[in-house]
Design a protein around this ligand. Structure first.
Ligand code: ATP
Ligand code: MG
Length: 587
């Protein structure tokens, strides 16, 4: 596709994180015994399915590790017991692998499996919290949630110190131990950091004595009922990074204001002897915003639970399970991630960039096949009903080594409805009937014979039901006689007797608005009523052997995949991945 090629030859997309990593490599910032100099991590919370935004982060983190001989950890940030489930853990593992990455590092240093769970650090996190209390950097606050909120102040008003802020360390320590022992109900006490004497007046709200442990009598999907206090995200995340010797901790821009706490916590604990220098550093980049989708977990859940889509893996959803089912390729998604660059300013990426990348990946690899999606009968009047002629064409026009595919030419064929016009418009080179002594259109049936239109049938409603042609026996493609016929039209077809009738699902964008949920808009008002159409199409007979997840280019129509869930042996069901050209908005 010509418009995709232009993008391919464009300059590499900017990625400021590459520059930082290269600089750190050049200065030896992270040269440490037995460890690679670049260690990144992808830290999902196992509370939902991954989506295209996560794919961006996965490609970035695993991609940097791959490109700079480092390693990338998959870490489940599973410190919130209420919302997390094994089902999500399994799905996330599957999706990261499907995207083409793993956490097996081959070395030369630091080889091994690098799959981690923040919940595995609960003992260490607890130990460090006790240290912070003893060192005067944390205290147990016994205010009610309302009091705490009121005393926090806001952007314009400094906060007010808690009356418990200066309670003796031994008292906080005893309370914290009793919190752990289950002596208190949820919300009765909370452990807060004390970064400095005047931290409650900090212009950065995240530094106003942030909570680091809370009481939560809840069952955890991995640690069971062992704990009734759980560490907060802002406390757990930097420590997990440091315990894993992460070098570059990459997150999205909304965490910029959390960085001062990240730095303070690690510096304080390093001074306390828990970590060696250099500790990890956090870098923020602009999240991926794609048009025509929503990625908020809440909104995706709404689409699923209200049956607006057919489950989490609905091919119209931007979940990775959905995109996989749709037939998008991991390589295409990686290409999109690379091409959209990594910057510090928020912006929107057109959905067409993703589709273009997928097309570009598929074009050189997808075997070709013929499909008739809107069938109209074509009858070759001068061809014997019992006869059949084998025709063939290359599996891929640029890969002769893949050989040829064959299919029969018979008396009755299927062509596309749009390939016949009773009264042709100017420049229409497909089928039209003879009129006023002028012969009907002469057209080549692609890879088959040249035929001439001699008439057509209509039903009582005026609908065309069949087109009649005569064929020229010496005009077969690939034979000497083929050159004797000059035709302008070249039309795809399948034999009616041999075609595979198959369910084909034509998917399109789920929303009609480019930013369906921006500016407080109700995204459900912009659902595209034509986002899914199910048809029975007639396919080239060889497609009956298509394997689940095998992808094809159906000539003229686009790229299609054999659905991985509903395809049966000998009876594939196809999903349209993407059309051949970006036709959005032109219909
Ligand atoms: P969401 O809010 O979109 O449901 P999340 O941030 O709650 O996602 P996490 O499991 O916390 O989901 O995310 C894991 C990682 O993926 C984080 O490092 C997060 O910054 C990153 N991430 C999430 N969405 C995007 C996005 N749109 N673009 C880039 N990175 C993203
Ligand atoms: Mg998050």
């Amino acid at each position: 596709m010509s418009n995709d090629k232009t993008a391919a030859t464009a300059a590499p997309a900017p990625n400021f994180l590459r520059n930082i990593v290269e600089q750190d490599l050049a200065t030896g910032a992270y040269q440490r015994e037995g460890l690679p100099s670049v260690i990144t991590r992808f830290p999902p919370e196992p509370n939902g399915y991954l989506h295209i935004g996560h794919a961006k982060s996965i490609c970035l983190n695993f991609g940097l590790a791959r490109d700079y001989a480092g390693r990338c950890h998959l870490r489940f940030d599973d410190t919130n017991p209420a919302k997390e489930e094994q089902e999500y853990v399994d799905s996330i593992i599957d999706s990261v692998k499907w995207l083409g990455f793993d956490w097996e590092h081959k070395g030369p240093v630091g080889a091994g499996t690098h799959l981690y769970y923040a919940s595995d650090y609960f003992d260490r996190l607890y130990e460090m919290a006790e240290y912070l209390i003893k060192a005067g950097f944390a205290y147990v606050d016994s205010q009610s949630a309302d009091e705490m909120a009121a005393n926090r102040g806001n952007f314009n008003t400094p906060g007010t110190n808690s009356p418990f802020r200066n309670r003796p360390a031994e008292e906080s320590l005893q309370l914290f131990r009793d919190m752990k022992a289950g002596k208190y109900a949820d919300g009765e006490h909370i452990l807060r950091a004390k970064i400095s004497e005047d931290a409650m007046a900090s212009p950065n709200m995240n530094l106003r004595d942030p909570a680091i442990y809370r009481i939560r009598h809840a069952h955890h999907h991995r640690t069971g009922d062992k704990w009734c206090i759980y560490p907060m995200y802002d406390y757990t995340h930097p420590i997990s990074d440091a315990l894993e010797n992460i070098t570059h901790s990459i997150c999205t821009l909304e965490f910029q204001d959390h960085r001062p706490f990240y730095d303070w916590l690690l510096a304080t604990l390093a001074e306390g002897g828990f970590f060696r220098q250099p500790v990890p550093k956090q870098y923020e980049f602009a999240r991926l915003n794609l048009t025509y989708i929503v990625t908020s977990k809440r909104k995706l859940r709404q689409l699923v639970e209200e049956c607006i889509v057919d489950g989490w893996d609905d091919p119209r959803l931007p979940t990775l399970v959905g995109m996989r089912r749709r037939g998008f390729t991991p390589e295409g998604i990686q290409l999109m991630a690379e091409r959209t660059g990594v910057t510090k300013s928020d912006g929107w990426i057109d959905y067409g960039v993703l589709e273009g990348a997928v097309r570009e990946d598929l074009d050189p690899k997808a075997p070709r096949a013929i499909a008739v999606l809107r069938p109209l009968k074509l009858i070759v009047d001068n061809f014997d009903a019992n006869d059949s002629v084998e025709c063939s064409s290359p599996v891929h026009p640029h890969h002769p080594e893949l050989g040829n595919r064959t299919f029969p030419f018979t008396r009755e064929l299927w062509i596309e409805e749009e390939d016949f016009m009773e009264v042709p418009t100017k420049g229409y080179f497909r089928f039209y009937p003879p009129v006023d002594g002028q012969p009907g259109a002469r057209v080549r049936l692609k890879y088959g014979f040249v035929v001439e239109c001699i008439g057509y049938d209509k039903d009582e409603n005026g609908k065309v039901t069949a087109v009649h042609v005569n064929y020229f026996p010496d005009s077969k493609s690939g034979t000497d006689g083929a050159n004797n016929y000059k035709v302008k039209g070249n039309i795809t077809w399948v034999s009616a007797a041999a075609a595979l009738a198959a369910e084909v699902r034509l998917y399109d964008r789920l929303f009609t608005d480019a930013q369906p949920d921006s500016g407080g808009k109700d995204f459900k008002q912009f659902l595209n009523p034509h986002s899914k159409e199910v048809i029975t199409a007639y396919l080239e007979p060889g497609l009956k052997d298509a394997q689940a997840e095998q992808r094809f280019q159906f000539e003229r129509h686009g790229y299609f995949v054999a659905d991985r869930v509903d395809s049966q042996p000998g009876k594939p069901v196809f999903n349209r991945i993407v059309t051949l050209k970006d036709s959005w908005g032109t219909k």
